[in-house]
Design a protein around this ligand. Sequence first.
Ligand SMILES: Cc1ncc(COP(=O)(O)O)c(C=O)c1O
Length: 430
Amino acid sequence: MIFENSKEFAQSLDAKDELRKYREEFIFPKVNGKQVIYFTGNSLGLQPKRTKTYVDEVMSDWANLAVEGHFYADKPWWDYHERFALPLSEIVGAKPSEITVMNTLTVNLHLLMVSFYRPTTKKFKIICEEKAFPSDQYMFQSQVDFHSKTVGFNPKEAIVEIKRREGEHNIRLEDILSKIEEVGEELALVLIGGVNYYTGQVFDMKTITEAGHKQGAYVGWDLAHAAGNVKLHLNDWKVDFAAWCSYKYMNSGPGNASGCFVHEMHHNDTELPRFAGWWGHNKERRFKMEPQFDPVRGADGWQISNLPILSLAPYLASVEMFAEVGMDKLIAKRNLITAYLEFILHEIDKEIDGTEFEIITPSNQEERACQLSVFLHGQGRALFEYLMKNGVITDWREPNVIRLAPAPFYCSFEDMYEFGQILKKGILGK
Ligand SMILES: Cc1ncc(COP(=O)(O)O)c(C=O)c1O
């Protein structure tokens, strides 16, 4: 498609947008009395209007039924999490039995590492990406420290980061694959962010998973920036495990519950160590209060505690919206709106001196999703603050990057055009 940098053209794209009506379903904050242009759906998605109904329902069931709500609420609480299995399995390309919802993301990755990071003196290395999300880095280090003392391997050798090449912003697939081969039999686990939080680069999860398995390692994915954003086929790719948060593209609200995937090939392996709790126990026998743990044969077998229903209610509102629309339509709009945003940025760049900023996200559509990370060579933080004051919500990452995520559920093409105009004014000061 040939794009134009004009309000009329942007409006014509909005008029053809199949997801247009969903914009009205979200609540936008206002700056100076005007609805903001919201680019931080990759950090915290906007609140869908229907969420309140889901939360109110739980509040009123609690008021009217109290403890009886566990079994007699319209959506009983004791198996409330099972409502997520089907819609989430469609979002991440899994079987319903491979999905569960519990805790929060880093907690779940730790719990899954209990099962899937089982180092020995000969096989103890973890491959991750350079500058992984800090929480993942702390997690790797603490897992390595935890095991190294008892198992007896050198903790300093255990974490192998895949580096970017000098002068490049993104990691090359060939470098990941050659590192996996180089580490070889010492490789215990590959655990990478499916979409890099900083650059927005999407990794080839299928190929990397295969390569990890070839070395006899487990392969897991941190899907914080991928769930609800990227087409995933976790079952087909034979990914061992994955987890994601729900408050970014999935619009479930701050700090909300995390989704987990455990491949069906591990469901009957009762020898896999795990940290157990009563919610992972055989569903039919859970309330018999027996002493011997008998895990559910599915991802639910990794559950520990009874679930925070008030927190799951907004997540349920969200997954039901995803089920209505489907990932294919979201991805089609995501591709178009991200390409339009990229075009707008290039147009503004041409209108100014061309040295103010640089898009560091891959330009190839296969390697990116709903995010453009923009390195600001000029004003940096001052420009970010200018945008915020003028109703454009982006986020700032050191040393000089703003991330722009035009979430397809609620961002409009006109937003992209308006953003370009505000950006130009911010740079030129007029
Ligand atoms: C890639 C990635 N991993 C992990 C986390 C940590 O998530 P949580 O605080 O829910 O554990 C985040 C949070 O933004 C993230 O972006």
